[in-house]
Write a protein that binds this ligand. Structure first.
Ligand code: SDX
Length: 425
């Protein structure tokens, strides 16, 4: 924090407001004292609002930089696995070899879910969207874990964190198996996190699923790349839910609900639907014209970002991973990948996209990779939720570990002023 000041003049009043500098990034103006002056700021969509202080993730949108606890995302993808990144996001430092082994083992010993949860699935239709099932099942987890719900206690926060990180892939795979009408597959502790997820998704009681190292590595990279992203819509939702001291399972369920929208985590599913609808390169110009047309609600899914006004570094990594996975599977001529690459190339040369600094984001290539791995369309956002759970938990943990107040935004009221009911004397 610094002793810089900003001055706000309202009518004949000049109000001094403190200005704080972070370790990197834009300064912030502390406006908390405005309420005493009978004033609120107005910022729908939080275009210019910092809702909290955090040490977890920094995004430099102008230069396409993403840091987790100071480490560039490119170096984490190259040198760590997802569980190590979970440790880093939660604790602030990369684990020592001993800490790493202990953390891996602890996560592995929490992967099973209470057996009664199986019955919970039975209330859903088989064709329910798996994100609908995830919202319900994760929200209900607190009904199964009555112990350790005093989150003022650091140890109980840690137990909740382990349970969520470890069980979310098990529940996600159960959603998929339920929609198939196949029996649930138990987790295996001899497999890595990514291998175990693919095993629970694709093994059956009759046949073991041989996990390809290339696909497991791609899955692990996808988990790393979606793990956290600062105060995005779903993480901000989790923080707001946590500020009322709701239990972490309910908070994570609120994050899953917020992630589902096509403007946010639901975009990966929407990108594949869009690429399927475009079909081949000959129709790209038609769809770019729709994206530019103000009267057409169509948006180029997987493009644009509130913060990145340059390449999303995750999209760059995923484009390379996409190439490797398709190569490994002999799908390098995958028409969808070809359309995606051509679409990216044309859009990046198009004035409309250049002027608005619209670049591919994390969702543009992830769906193609997941589809190639064999993950069906409705499960794409579930995969995002599996990965982002660590980000949500880390931000919930950071907020609860420090002093916090319940989040309660104000409003600009433009409705009717007081009037009497017609039956009032
Ligand atoms: C994620 O916040 C995060 O960090 C999110 C995320 C994470 O890891 O948590 O990174 C994950 O959600 C990535 C974004 C996934 N969503 C999509 O791909 C959906 C398509 N993109 C958009 O709808 C849009 O770009 C948003 C929602 C991502 C960002 O919206 P903003 O910041 O509110 O931008 P905007 O709507 O104000 O757009 C600014 C201009 C507008 O045109 P003008 O009014 O200035 O003429 O750009 C246009 C928009 O019409 N525009 C697009 C566009 N995105 C913005 N036009 C066509 N296609 C698009 N994709």
């Amino acid at each position: 924090m610094t002793d810089k000041k900003a001055q706000l003049s309202v009518g004949n009043k000049v109000i001094e407001l403190p200005v704080y500098s972070g370790s990197i990034g834009p300064d912030v103006i502390d406006i908390r004292s405005l309420a005493q002056e009978g004033l609120f700021t107005f910022d729908p969509g939080f275009m210019s609002t910092a809702s909290c202080e955090s040490k977890i993730t920094y995004i430099d949108g102008a230069n396409g930089v993403l840091l987790h606890r100071g480490y560039p995302i490119e170096q984490l993808v190259e040198n760590s696995d997802f569980i190590e990144v979970c440790y880093l996001l939660l604790h602030g430092e990369l684990p020592s070899p001993e800490e790493n082994e202990k953390f891996h083992d602890t996560v592995k010993s929490h992967t099973m879910v209470q057996d009664q949860i199986r019955h919970f699935f039975k209330g859903f239709r088989r064709d329910a969207h798996p994100m609908a099932i995830m919202c319900g099942v994760v929200g209900a987890l607190s009904a199964f874990y009555h112990d350790n719900l005093d989150f003022s206690d650091e140890r109980q926060r840690e137990i909740a964190a382990f349970r969520l990180i470890a069980k979310i892939p098990t529940l996600a795979a159960m959603c998929y198996k339920y929609t198939l009408g196949q029996p649930f597959i138990n987790p295996r502790n001899d497999l890595s996190y990514a291998e175990n997820f693919l095993h629970m998704m694709f093994a059956t009681p009759c046949e073991e699923y041989k996990v390809s190292p290339v696909l497991a590595r791609a899955m692990d990279q996808i988990f790393i790349l979606h793990a956290d992203h600062g105060q995005n819509a779903s993480t901000a939702t989790v923080r707001l839910a946590g500020s009322s001291q709701a239990n972490p399972f309910a908070c994570i369920a609120s994050g899953i609900a917020a992630l589902w929208g096509p403007s946010h985590g639901g975009a990966n599913e929407a990108v594949l639907c869009m690429l399927q609808e475009i079909g081949d390169e000959s129709r790209i110009d038609e769809y770019l014209a729709k994206a530019r047309d103000k009267n057409d609600p169509f948006r180029l899914m997987g493009f644009g970002h509130r913060v990145y006004k340059n390449f999303d570094p995750r999209a760059k990594i995923l484009r390379q991973t996409c190439h490797e996975v398709l190569q490994e599977l002999g799908l390098q001529d995958d028409p969808m990948f070809r359309v995606a690459q051509r679409l990216e190339q044309i859009a990046l040369e198009d004035q409309y996209f250049i002027e608005r600094k619209l670049y591919p984001n994390v969702d543009f290539y992830s769906g193609i990779i997941l589809k190639a791995i064999g993950i069906p369309l409705p499960m794409l956002t579930v995969i995002f939720a599996v990965s982002r759970t660590i980000g949500w938990v880390a931000h919930w943990h950071e907020m609860i570990s420090e002093s916090f107040r319940i989040g309660r935004p104000r409003q600009l009221y433009t409705g009717l002023t007081m009037r009497n009911h017609p039956d009032t004397d």
